[in-house]
Design a protein around this ligand. Sequence first.
Ligand SMILES: [Zn+2]
Length: 225
Amino acid sequence: MLVVQCWDDGVTTDMRLIELLYKYNAKATFNLCPGNMNDERIPAHWAEQGYNGWSHKGFFGGQIGKKELFSVYKDFQVASHCWKHENAGVSSDDEFIKAAVDARKYLEDVFGRECRGFAWPCSRNTPETCDLLRENGFAYARLVGETDNVMGYTDPMLLTPSCHFQDRQFYARYEAAKKTGVFYFWGHTYEMMDSPGMWAQLEQKLAYISNDPDAVWADVIDLFK
Ligand SMILES: [Zn+2]
């Protein structure tokens, strides 16, 4: 079975994951928004007391800096997640496709390779924006959700993963996916905050997969070659 994973938003906590990916010889794709990056890294941090905007349970994953973008992700795949996380159907279609393509071009420049993957910001999509991504040469676009059959999609612009990395049925879904030949999990590394237990659970999953003689790590783009 091919096992693929992807992680969204280019947060600083990706660096902790990447250490684990090296340790377990695992592949991964990172869906990035270059327009949200400063030159320098914004470290992960907890919200100030009294803050009531968005955070993940009071935690911010920070943001990888443009200066370190290549060195952090060079051994992994990177894909467009729009320039500044623009949502299809919220931004105009013109703005949306420009944001999707601008992020891709930026990443292709920095990494010196083709980046034909896409992950829908907030999973929002419309038939028109599916067509626009296709016309602009994207190979696939990932939604949020669960499926028993990753390759059973009707449209690669509506690619559904097997499950989120913290799905309660993760191992059951993993074993069940063996019938179809592909298991695909996704998430945001900031969802583990600085919780040793959550990071240990993820490490256990990576170790389980790497030790499984039935599993081969692959990149999401490999599913579309
Ligand atoms: Zn996102």
